[in-house]
Ligand binder design. Structure first.
Ligand SMILES: C[S@@+](CC[C@H](N)C(=O)[O-])C[C@H]1O[C@@H](n2cnc3c(N)ncnc32)[C@H](O)[C@@H]1O
Length: 277
């Protein structure tokens, strides 16, 4: 397998948004440094025309330099061990890697070895999803984790007392990583598969649906999330920008959902929605 590394230097204000756009163009690993970041991805999955368009657009707005380099292999263990600091979410939860010292003083200690998957709690969208998971009742409930990445939201759901759930992702490596991280956290109630939401049985419903993906996928799949959500159930959404909230709320209202809470962090948005009884 061949990989591509894209080294980018730019003003920090633009980094998060650019990372999101590059992720949509096929890059799936990001390593921050003091002047920018390096994006990694499997060469054949990267849409280089889109990448060039995106870089040109950012270069017109801010000082940006970039260098594309083919690389044989990414040593993810080295990359994330260099960069992964434990991250505190709310005041009860810590997300750390397996090589950090245990921190049992936190009510929810989540151990993540992310490798190439998204979802360490460092990203604003994951952090906001986790914060809302600390607010909602999971006890005895079943959940659906759409786009599970590292599996972090499923781990939190089980630690919060959920009876079990289903997690899936379109990326095989994310599914493998979710399975590894579930095992690291002694979570055994989650069924994980590689694929899309249409693989969920038509009549299967969940009390909690978690989807931290992106604006376009959420808008396209919202009817399916609602279909698989039990009445009285909670849908948590993130992965979109603050400016997309009105459009997403409108779509959610059209489908009969009511807004319970909303939050924003670093220009990203997160919604807590309810399917009325
Ligand atoms: C922003 S990450 C979120 C990861 C994790 N759930 C979190 O909250 O940190 C989005 C994940 O969705 C996956 N994904 C993208 N499109 C998808 C789709 N149509 N169906 C399922 N997963 C998808 C990506 O591979 C990625 O792992």
């Amino acid at each position: 397998m061949e990989y591509t590394a894209l080294h980018v230097q730019l003003a920090p204000d633009f980094a998060d948004i650019l990372v999101a756009e590059l992720a949509q163009a096929g890059f799936d690993g990001f390593e921050e440094n003091t002047t920018g970041f390096t994006a990694y991805g499997e060469s054949q999955l990267i849409d280089m025309a889109t990448v060039q368009e995106v870089l040109a657009r950012y270069a017109a707005q801010t000082e940006l330099t970039s260098l594309v380099e083919p690389i044989a292999k990414v040593n993810w263990n080295e990359a994330w061990e260099r960069n992964f600091e434990p991250v505190v979410v709310g005041d009860q939860c810590i997300v750390r890697a397996s090589f950090h010292v245990p921190m049992p003083e936190y009510a929810y200690e989540i151990v993540i070895d992310p490798k190439m998957s998204f979802g360490t709690g460092h990203h604003a969208t994951t952090a906001m999803m986790l914060r809302y998971q600390l607010d909602i009742d999971h006890v005895g409930k079943r959940f659906l984790d759409v786009g599970c990445g590292t599996g972090i939201l499923s781990i939190m759901a089980e630690k919060r007392g959920a009876a079990g759930g289903t997690a899936f992702d379109i990326e095989e490596w994310a599914v493998e990583n979710t399975q590894e991280n579930l095992a690291l956290n002694d979570c055994h109630s989650v069924h994980v598969f590689c694929g899309e939401i249409n693989r969920i049985a038509k009549d299967e419903q969940f009390e909690v649906v978690l989807a931290n993906i992106n604006r376009n996928i959420i808008l396209a799949q919202l009817p399916q999330y609602v279909h698989h959500l039990k009445t009285g159930g909670i849908l948590l959404l993130s992965g979109f920008y603050e400016m997309d909230i009105p459009e997403l709320l409108h779509a959610a209202n059209q489908l009969g959902l009511t807004l319970k809470q909303q939050q924003t962090l670093e220009n990203w948005g997160c919604l807590m929605l309810k399917k009325p009884e």
